[in-house]
Design a protein. Structure first.
Length: 396
């Protein structure tokens, strides 16, 4: 009786090759699984399942972890205003750890001896999958044919044809990875340092003109309303914001960063909902948090995003940072008003009962009500003591 292997399956060329290879060359009982974090439609999932069975797999399973991805990932990325290198809302990369966890848990559930994925040796995903698999199930052996044998696309296509598999594996001009928290776009331009993506490379195109007002309602840091429509599910709210924002072609940019394995990389992305939500949330925090809450949130939010991007989600310190981030959201409740225009948006303002600008102590640049002129003079004198001593001692 053949040993079981669970293959993380997307239906693309690499994982299609793996499905045949593991069965024919390794004599394994292949069980494919796809972990959906919100980036696949029901129709796409059905097509992927049909593709798996056409390759002769023993079973195929769709694992829906969209809610888990929001509750354990996206929620904290919003709390932390996470933008890698101040640009990228770690869109697709943040999904991988939750997909990897779902795959390895499924492998344990069905008693698989092996787990496999189709990642190459040149990207970040190989590390994300391997690390999660090793930590959560060290007893299950990892198989990675595409990486280990350094296979070319041509070799894989010819192999599939030799085994009677006919499919259109024509390499598209642009590699598109769509997800709940944004879409990444790779192409010939992203392999250079001096070119950007053309308009037609973006899946969402500009369909509106003029301007439009968008309002986002947050309750303790979570998006719960869009244009006055209340949402029980923040996932539904995210999708509504994406639909509105993508029609204005907002949230486009190019991410340049360091990969886990140490090389530089570029990828284009469109992420209307993440950019609108994060920037709106950040503005609301500026009104409702103290200076030092904002300062330490910036530090820890940056670390959280870096660790999540670089496969370290399972590091226990991440749970500690999550508790801090959640604690800071107690008063982050209110409405943010945004003005949308083609390719851009403007944060107009906020309305919140926790708005610290409502203080009766004073109005910036206008009137002081909570202190006197003499108080200000005395405060300035004490504040300057250390500087006065330094400049006096050092004869500056």
């Amino acid at each position: 009786m053949s040993e079981k292997v669970v293959l993380a399956f997307s239906g693309g060329l690499d994982t299609s090759y793996c499905a045949i290879y593991l069965s024919k060359e390794k004599d394994l009982e292949v069980h494919t699984a796809i972990a959906n974090t919100g980036g696949f439609s029901p129709e796409e999932l059905t097509d992927i399942e049909k593709r798996a069975y056409a390759l002769g797999v023993k079973s195929h399973k769709t694992l829906d972890v969209t809610e888990e991805y929001y509750q354990k990932g996206i929620k904290y990325m919003v709390y932390g205003n996470v933008l890698r290198n101040n640009t990228y809302p770690i869109s697709v990369s943040s999904e991988r750890i939750f997909q990897a966890i779902a795959i390895i848990e499924y492998a344990k559930k069905i008693g698989a001896k092996y787990v496999a994925h189709g990642s190459t040796g040149a990207g970040n995903d190989q590390i994300r999958f391997d690390l999660a698999f090793q930590v959560l199930a060290p007893e299950i052996e990892i198989i990675t044919p595409t990486r280990d044998m350094e296979l070319t696309r041509e070799f894989e296509i010819n192999y599939l044809k030799d085994h009677g598999v006919q499919a259109d594996y024509t390499k598209m001009a642009y590699s598109i990875n769509a997800g709940l928290w944004g879409t990444s776009i790779g192409g010939k331009e992203t392999l250079t340092s001096n070119q950007t993506l053309p308009e037609e490379a973006y899946p969402s195109q500009l369909t509106k003109e003029g301007e439009e007002t968008l309002t986002l309602d947050f309750v303790k840091g979570q998006l719960k309303g869009v244009n006055g429509n209340k949402h029980f599910s923040t996932i539904d709210a995210i999708r509504e914001v994406e639909e509105i924002g993508s029609a204005w072609a907002v949230g486009r940019d190019m991410h340049i960063g360091d990969t886990i394995i140490g090389i530089k990389g570029r990828v284009g992305f469109e992420a209307a909902a993440p950019m609108l939500i994060i920037k709106a949330h950040q503005m609301l925090e500026k009104h409702t948090l103290t200076k030092w809450q904002q300062y330490w949130k910036d530090q820890l939010g940056n670390w959280y995003g870096m660790f999540l991007h670089e496969a370290m989600y399972l590091e226990p310190v991440m749970r500690d940072i999550e508790k801090f981030l959640e604690s800071t959201q107690e008063n982050v409740t209110g409405k943010v008003i945004i003005r949308l225009r083609p390719y851009t948006f403007q944060l107009v303002g906020i309305e919140s009962e926790h708005d610290l600008m409502k203080s009766e102590f004073g109005e910036y640049g206008e009137m002081n009500k909570g202190w006197t002129a003499d108080d200000a003079k005395g405060f300035t004198k004490i504040l300057g003591n250390q500087l006065k001593i330094f400049y006096s001692v050092n004869k500056k």
